[in-house]
Design a protein around this ligand. Structure first.
Ligand code: SAM
Length: 278
C-alpha cells in the first residue's frame, strides 16, 4: 500500500480545506513565536507554513508578492523610503527593490527565524537581501511604527499573518493611525486583508478603519492566490493626500520582470466584486 503524504490546512469555520501532495518534510522548528515548517511538495515546489498555516510556495508566491508591492509603489509619485512590516520570507522585499526609485527598504519582522529559514530554503525570494538598500530589524512592527518619526516613510507595506496573535494589532485603527503619522504627504499604506469570499467583513473593516485613521482615498486590490483560503486574496490601500486614481502609468508600462502585475492590472485589480462595492 503506497503511503501518500499530503499537507492539509483546514479552514474549520468555513468547512473547507486545502491539500498539497508532499514529497518530504525538509525542516521543522519551534521559534520563540511560532512553529516553522518547510515541505517539499510534488507540484508547488517548496512550501513554508507557520503554526500550520500556509505562508508561501515556490509556485504561486509571485501573485501575492507582486500585488502587495507594485500597485502601492506605482500609486506613489516617487517612492524612496519603504517600510515592510512582517514579510519575513523576503518575497515582498525583493519586489520592492526592483524599483530603482527606492533608496531604502526597511523590513521589520517579528521573528528572525522566519527570515533565516527562508534564506536557506527560498534563496530566490531572498536574492535581494544583500542589496545595500535593504535594512532588517527583528522586532514588533506595531511598536516600530508607533515610535517612527512623523513623515518618515513614503510607502508602508503590511505583509503580515492572519489577524490573530502578534498580528492582530496590525488590523487595528490605532495602528493605521500610527502608519498615517509615519507616512509623509502623498504616502501610501497597503495591508494584506485576506479573502474577499471568506473574509469580506474584514476587508470592509480594514477600509473603514483606514478611513477613520485619516487616509483619504481607500480601496482594495483583489488577486488570485491558490494556496491561501478560497484561492482569492486582497490588499487594502490607504492614500495620504493622494487621489484614488493616482498612478504613474508610464513608469508601470515600462516596468518589466513581473509574472502577474502589469500596468493594466493596476486598475483591473481595483475593481471590486459587487458584494464588496461601497
Ligand atoms: N503572505 C503571508 C500571509 O498573507 O499570510 C504572510 C507572510 S509573512 C511570512 C508574515 C510574517 O508576519 C511572519 O513572518 C510573522 O512572523 C510576521 N508578523 C506577525 N506579526 C508581526 C508583528 N506584530 N510585527 C512584525 N512582524 C509580524
Amino acid at each position: 500500500m503506497s503511503t501518500e503524504l499530503w499537507y492539509t490546512e483546514r479552514y474549520e469555520e468555513h468547512g473547507a480545506a486545502l491539500s498539497l501532495k508532499i514529497r518530504e518534510v525538509l525542516h521543522r522548528e519551534q521559534s520563540p513565536y511560532q512553529v516553522i515548517e518547510i515541505f517539499e511538495t510534488e507540484q508547488f515546489g517548496t512550501l513554508m507554513t507557520l503554526d500550520g498555516l500556509v505562508m508561501v510556495t515556490d509556485r504561486d508566491n509571485f501573485l501575492y508578492h507582486e500585488m502587495m508591492s507594485h500597485p502601492a509603489l506605482f500609486t506613489h509619485p516617487m517612492p524612496k523610503r519603504v517600510l515592510i512590516i512582517g514579510g519575513g520570507d523576503c518575497g515582498t522585499l525583493r519586489e520592492v527593490l526592483r524599483h530603482r526609485e527606492v533608496e531604502e527598504a526597511t523590513q521589520v519582522e517579528l521573528d528572525e527565524r522566519v527570515t533565516r529559514v527562508a534564506e536557506r530554503f527560498f534563496p530566490k525570494l531572498c536574492e535581494k537581501n544583500n542589496d545595500p538598500r535593504a535594512h532588517f530589524h527583528f522586532t514588533d512592527g506595531i511598536a516600530w511604527v508607533k515610535e517612527a518619526e512623523a513623515g518618515r516613510y513614503d510607502v508602508i507595506i503590511v505583509d503580515s499573518t492572519d489577524p490573530v496573535g502578534p498580528a492582530a494589532g496590525l488590523f487595528a485603527t490605532d495602528f493605521y493611525a500610527a502608519c498615517h503619522h509615519a507616512l509623509a504627504d502623498q504616502g501610501v499604506l497597503v495591508a494584506q486583508s485576506e479573502s474577499p469570499l471568506l473574509h469580506a467583513n474584514l476587508i470592509r473593516q480594514c477600509q473603514q478603519r483606514m478611513t477613520e485613521a485619516g487616509f483619504d482615498a481607500v480601496n482594495s486590490v483583489y488577486f488570485p492566490q491558490f494556496c491561501y483560503p478560497s484561492g482569492w486574496w486582497s490588499g487594502t490601500l490607504g492614500r495620504k493626500g493622494l487621489a484614488m486614481d493616482a498612478f504613474r502609468a508610464d513608469d508601470a508600462h515600462a516596468f518589466s520582470g513581473t509574472h502577474y502585475y502589469h500596468a493594466g492590472m493596476q486598475q483591473a485589480a481595483q475593481v471590486a466584486p459587487a458584494f464588496l462595492l461601497p
